[in-house]
Write a new protein. Structure first.
Length: 404
């Protein structure tokens, strides 16, 4: 990435709007290769299906496709992204609790994989298979079981229920192929990965079937600096530690000639540190003895899940004429009292400075609501030039569907 300085930020702001996201697509590419290599070093038939929902910026999805990765989608909207990029349907995995029926049928007929999440999908899949009896239909099943993470997930089939057996019985239809058994758990803790892998391996042994794909889903920590790591209540592992937990189990289990494909579905682990958010300081004031700087940005631009963690920040200024502050809070442009992007900043600051927030690539683009202001531009600084990746949104982008 280019060396960021105040003049560069000012130039981008003048071209594309004062606040903007900075993409480092090369860092994303490096993360992908490093994660894939960590798993393949232990279990060579390991693959990545990138979680589009985490950050569906088309350039990132294109990089995944160029590197041979799969698209993990959860909506017909994300399917449209994959199609426009040119992803082969055979490299699309459709997950999620709700699926547009037309998209499901199109993906299945084109050779993609659809993972059933609930019993209501069983007759829908059966109907597609019966109407297209000359076409092989590739399905998977999302499996739900306890992994001692103190969470009862609402997704997938409980593997000890008649509904799970009913989903499995779809394979009795001649043209339905069980392509995948899938699971996903929200916890990113390292100690939750071996249990999910063991449960999946136990399940295939119990069923007496080995699908072509065994998909362990996502939920991996990405790269972050020490200040951010310290705000989590669990250890932050690296890619190799995740690989050691699960790829080792697969290598030990499948010792013969046939090794099914091991899939993981990372999102944050790949894109978290590949995006920054830059915002100018609009003003600084003191209220009740508390210094507060207002930014042209919102908590929803950097942390729409509202997890109350302070992301790493860097302040860039064109002038040395700045005041020293203690325990200053950075507030957002919205009219919400809780809209703070960062708490308790200590250092020099002045109006007009740029504040750059790191580790904002996960969910920031996709979850930012159209609240008070439209969203901002995205530029990629990986190459020699400033590359516009997303135009800043304007009034008509948000309101052309309304009737005035």
């Amino acid at each position: 990435m280019k060396n960021i300085n105040y003049d560069l930020l000012k130039t981008i702001g003048e071209q594309y709007g004062s606040s903007f996201y900075i993409l480092d697509s090369e860092q994303f590419r490096k993360n992908y290769i490093e994660l894939q290599d960590a798993f393949r070093a232990i279990y060579p038939n390991s693959h990545i299906a990138y979680s589009y929902k985490t950050n569906y910026t088309p350039k990132l999805c294109k990089i995944v496709d160029e590197l041979g990765g799969y698209a993990e989608i959860v909506s017909d909207m994300e399917y449209e992204i994959a199609k426009r990029i040119g992803v082969d349907a055979q490299k699309i995995i459709f997950n999620g609790p709700y699926k547009n029926y037309q998209a499901v049928e199109e993906i299945l007929l084109a050779g993609g994989t659809v993972n059933l999440d609930s019993a209501y999908e069983i007759p829908l899949i059966r109907g597609i298979a019966q109407r297209h009896s000359d076409t092989t239909i590739n399905i998977g099943i999302r499996c739900n079981f306890p992994i001692n993470d103190n969470v009862t997930s609402r997704f997938g089939f409980d593997i000890d229920t008649p509904e799970f057996s009913a989903a499995l019985s779809l394979t009795e239809i001649p043209n339905i192929h069980m392509e995948e058994l899938h699971c996903h758990f929200a916890s990113r803790r390292l100690d939750t990965w071996a249990p999910r892998a063991r449960k999946m391996l136990e399940l295939i042994d119990r069923l007496g079937i080995t699908p072509e794909h065994i998909d362990l889903g996502g939920g991996l920590f990405g790269k972050m600096n020490d200040s951010l790591k310290a705000q989590f209540d669990s250890y932050i592992p690296n890619y190799s530690e995740y690989a050691s937990e699960v790829a080792t189990l697969f290598a030990e289990h499948f010792t013969g000639d046939y090794q099914p494909m091991l899939f993981i579905e990372p999102g944050s682990a790949l894109v978290g540190d590949a995006m920054k958010f830059a915002s100018p300081v609009v003003n600084i004031k003191t209220v009740g003895g508390k210094p507060i700087a207002t930014l042209l940005g919102s908590i929803y631009n950097i942390n729409p899940t509202l997890n109350k963690k302070n992301p790493p920040i860097t302040v860039y200024s064109a002038s040395e004429n700045r005041n020293e502050y203690s325990n200053l809070d950075f507030g957002g442009f919205t009219c919400i009292e809780s809209d703070y992007l960062y708490r308790d900043y200590n250092g020099r600051l002045s109006a007009g400075d740029y504040v750059v927030f790191d580790n904002v690539g996960s969910y920031s683009i996709v979850l930012k609501p159209p609240f008070i202001l439209p969203n901002f531009a995205v530029v990629d600084l990986s190459g020699d030039e400033i590359e516009l990746i997303k135009q800043p949104e304007v009034f008509d982008d948000l309101f052309h569907t309304f009737v005035f």
